[in-house]
Design a protein around this ligand. Structure first.
Ligand code: PRP
Length: 187
């Protein structure tokens, strides 16, 4: 696949590079204010949150620690409702007594975060919040209390700026809607 093909698979641009940059700057400024004088740790949930995390941490002006987790949900309809999540990479340092902000690229059903919040609460942070670039509330199966949201988006198949389809498109600088023919299964 060439670089041209990558863009050719995208229909509408849902959130442009410029809008992402402006919103990330706003979120960074708000987080810096809200956590001034406290001990903030950003926990990025790989892989999708990688570009957002990289930009958000540099938009924050107070000292922060970072840590990385990687999780994957078990596939299949039965497990979707159970919300079982497998931890592929765990935290590398204790978060006990720390203010922790989970950094996500998208909240869809909410099952991943529902699991992660319970898991991280068990590690006794001083506080635990959520910052997500995208929120797709139409697909929510469990209530999630989100502290910082970049953009609320409709129920469309989006890729780019970290979000993938079959592990591709993560390196697009914007969030776009994947053309249906790209993921349509041939009859
Ligand atoms: C995506 C995204 C969230 C989760 C959201 O991760 O990064 O972690 O799905 O979906 P949910 O609200 O329905 O649980 P994915 O499992 O695709 O892994 P990735 O970040 O490595 O692409």
């Amino acid at each position: 696949m060439t670089a041209r093909d990558l863009h050719a698979d995208i229909g509408d641009t849902l959130v442009s590079e410029e809008r992402i940059a402006a919103r990330v700057a706003e979120l960074g400024a708000r987080i810096s204010e809200d956590f001034a004088g406290r001990r903030l740790t950003l926990v990025s949930v790989l892989k999708g949150s990688l570009p957002f995390m990289a930009d958000l941490m540099r938009a924050i002006s107070i000292p922060v620690r970072i840590d990385l987790m990687e999780v994957s949900s078990y596939g299949g309809a039965a497990t979707e409702s159970s919300g079982l999540v497998r931890i592929l990479k765990d935290l590398s340092a204790s978060i006990e007594g720390e203010d922790v902000l989970i950094v996500e690229d998208i909240i869809d059903t909410g099952l991943t975060l529902n699991y992660l919040v319970r898991y991280l609460r068990g590690k006794n942070p001083a506080s635990l919040g959520i910052c997500t670039l995208l929120d797709k509330p139409a697909r929510r199966l469990v209530d999630i209390n989100v502290n910082y949201t970049g953009f609320t988006i409709p129920d469309q198949f989006v890729v780019g700026y970290g979000l993938d389809y079959n592990e591709l498109y993560r390196n697009l600088r914007y969030v776009g809607v994947l053309k249906p023919e790209v993921y349509a299964v041939p009859e």
